[in-house]
Design a protein around this ligand. Structure first.
Ligand SMILES: [Zn+2]
Length: 688
């Protein structure tokens, strides 16, 4: 059941914060109820809903005008503010109803031309439907239960059975002018209804107040949930897919599929350096139960529960059965090739129907159903992959509930195509040149430390998805907090048995693979060689050499599974080439790591794997903390600032400079076996 989250005290807070203008106070309630709708994943997922209200304002001449405030494109209902509900002059929108036809371009232009604030985002593609309904508040969602209902073969009878005359059905039409007109005609013929069921699409509820409209939205949804439960004899599954234990097969299958799709995308775009996609795995109880069905093959061909899913998930998932998986890489590649051929045929056929005006999107899958592994969203970056997975999980829910209650029959392939290639839908995905490292998956060991975090931030700033590895859970959590959403990590001791494989598996579970390993973690043990115990030196070797070696090897194996190259970046150290007194225990394994870098560059080059490193010196970090800086400065008879700037440039070198140097190496596409020095200049430590 969907919870009614309305709270008078909370609502009043929004009204109080809005100031004295009565229109702003009405809008504040619209903001409040939009948020409680948007925060419930069972009601709204990724743009699948919009809200509006109608009120009176004065224009700059003092004339009273009718204004429609409707959700603006790019805003998430769950966190929406007044600015996300741009105001449009209602009279001019209403006049459009008299027209017989209106092109999408003219519709968008008219909506923009009637904005009260010309800097507002584009009003929703469903603006005219909101405008043509007379109610003060209008709420529209694609709730999971409503999608199960809207995709039933006998939806009209069921709506009558559940709601009597309270709701009425509108036939399926693409969003835009025509749907708005037809919906308004249906409403005019049934002026006492509390809402509309848009067949194969979703639900509208409306009312005189924000509260009334919201209450109806929740009540209608729960009436459908109750009907689904009664009819199927089981509680409807929730919308989310959840994450369960990763199955033993996932660490091999996901990187392999990622490489195959990456290769196909590179061929399609003609760009050999094209990034591989990012993946998002869901394998909670719902998904596992769903995969036990014996009609999966048929269901995989039914399409999406509401048409706007198609822009994120494509029309059908790539369905990898146990049989295909048992056939190994060749069989999986054949399945992907089959998907591409079928998608291309679907494009060609429908594009011909439209007169050949469309350009095909990459024909590779955005979604995979992998038996024994889970549902996997596949996209250019982690955020989009996660959105695809969320929608896929909701689709599974709508399918499961619908099939148990009469059948799941969403829109036809032609209608899906029209939606997928509708310019107003594609505009939701955003345009512009993607950032240089969009979707690159970067693992950083020692990710909670100063240099690790600065490196993570430098990569993330260029669109990379970061996976941090750190010994300390607290440091890891803090670093992930600093990075924000879309990144991941695992806390483990990188010198432990099997640690590298464990870290790779965790990264695969989060993102599907790996592109760049920054092998950064290190620590210094001090003491002059004559006094140094074997035990100390061996401990230093475990961290400062063997952990680098184990992570590099595990990354190289993962890169081989993907088959599309990769990168390994080592944090070496000035100590590897320019010994400091008492730092032998640190410098000797680092010198071995320096040699390892060259050895790996030699051996992995033919597979397209680049191996580079940084020699940094005198950076404030866990290695060189405040007490140590102060002690070293004192020993040299200078103040701390002079000590930290003791280099040719006379400037302190900071962790961020190291991070930026790692990024520079990552971007340098024909550089391997190279060590870049980041120390402000030190002739004794200069390599050549
Ligand atoms: Zn909609």
């Amino acid at each position: 059941m969907v919870q009614n989250r309305w709270n008078d005290a909370e609502a009043q807070k929004f009204v109080d914060a809005a100031g004295d203008d009565p229109a702003d106070r009405e809008l504040a309630l619209r903001v409040y109820s939009s948020r409680i709708i948007g925060q419930d994943l069972n009601l709204v997922l990724h743009g699948g809903g919009n809200t509006s209200c109608k009120l009176k304002r004065r224009d700059i001449f003092g004339h009273e005008i009718d204004v429609l405030h409707v959700k603006g494109s790019g805003w998430d209902l769950g966190v929406i503010e007044a600015a996300g509900l741009p105001g449009v002059r209602l009279d001019n929108l209403l006049e459009l109803r008299a027209l017989d036809a209106l092109s999408d371009e003219d519709m968008v232009n008219l909506q923009r031309a009637n904005l009260l604030d010309s800097t507002s985002p584009n009003p929703s593609v469903e603006t005219l439907l909101h405008a043509f309904l007379p109610h003060k508040y209008v709420d529209h969602t694609h709730a999971s239960a409503m999608l199960s209902l809207a995709d039933l073969p006998d939806v009209e009878n069921v709506v009558k059975q559940i709601f009597g005359d309270r709701l009425v059905c509108v036939p399926f039409i693409m969003p835009g002018f025509e749907l708005a007109k037809v919906a308004a005609e249906v409403y005019d013929a049934n002026p006492d209804v509390e809402g509309l069921i848009l067949i194969n699409h979703g639900h509208f509820a409306f009312g005189d107040s924000a509260r009334q409209s919201y209450d109806r939205l929740i009540e209608h949804t729960n009436m459908v949930e109750a009907w689904l439960e009664k009819t199927s004899g089981q509680v409807p599954a929730p919308a989310t897919g959840g994450s369960g234990e990763m199955t033993a097969r996932a660490p091999d299958i996901l990187p392999m599929l990622r490489g195959i799709i990456g290769e196909a995308n590179a061929q399609f775009t003609g760009n050999p350096d094209m990034a591989m996609p990012v993946m998002d795995l869901r394998n909670g109880d719902n998904v596992q139960t769903f995969f036990k069905r014996d009609d999966l093959a048929a269901l995989s061909r039914r399409g999406v529960a509401t048409p706007d899913h198609v822009i994120r998930t494509k029309n059908y998932p790539l369905h990898l059965t146990a049989d295909i998986l048992n056939g190994g890489r060749a069989a999986v590649k054949a399945a992907v090739d089959g998907f591409i051929a079928e998608y291309t045929a679907y494009f060609d056929e429908n594009n011909a129907r439209l007169g050949g005006i469309k350009t095909m999107l990459a024909p590779t899958p955005n979604l995979a159903w992998i038996e024994g592994v889970g549902v996997v969203g596949i996209s250019a970056n982690a955020k989009a992959a996660s959105a695809a997975s969320d929608l896929a999980a909701q689709n599974i829910t709508a399918m499961t509930n619908g099939e148990a209650c009469g059948g799941f029959y969403p829109v036809s392939p032609q209608q899906l195509f029209d939606m997928e290639y509708w310019s107003l839908e594609q505009a939701k995905l955003g345009k512009g040149k993607p950032p240089a490292l969009q979707g690159r998956i970067v693992m950083i060991t020692g990710g909670g430390g100063a240099i690790g975090l600065a490196t993570a931030q430098a990569f993330a700033a260029l669109g990379a998805n970061i996976f941090l590895v750190d010994l300390e859970q607290a440091a890891l959590d803090k670093a992930l907090d600093t990075l924000g959403a879309g990144h991941g990590g695992v806390a483990l001791d990188i010198t432990g048995d099997g640690a590298a494989d464990q870290a790779m598996a965790a990264c695969i579970a989060r993102f599907g693979g790996l592109d760049i390993l920054v092998s950064n973690a290190g620590a210094a043990w001090t003491g002059e060689m004559a006094d140094l115990s074997d035990e100390t030196l061996r401990r230093s070797f475990e961290l400062n050499f063997f952990a680098h070696r184990n992570f590099a090897t595990a990354a190289a194996n993962l890169f081989a599974t993907q088959g599309r190259g990769g990168q390994i970046l080592f944090n070496v150290s000035k100590q590897a080439v320019n010994p400091g007194k008492g730092f032998g225990a640190y410098g000797i394994p680092k010198a071995a790591t320096f040699f390892l870098l060259r050895q790996l560059a030699l051996e992995l080059g033919p597979a397209g794997v680049r191996v580079n490193g940084i020699n940094a010196d005198r950076i404030r970090s866990g290695l060189l903390d405040e007490a140590f800086v102060s002690e070293r400065a004192k020993a040299r008879g200078v103040d701390e600032a002079t000590y930290m700037a003791g280099n040719l440039l006379r400037r302190e070198v900071e962790a961020r400079h190291v991070g930026e140097a790692f990024v520079a190496l990552a971007l340098s596409e024909r550089t391997t076996a190279h060590v870049m020095t980041v120390d402000g200049g030190n002739i004794e430590a200069a390599l050549r």
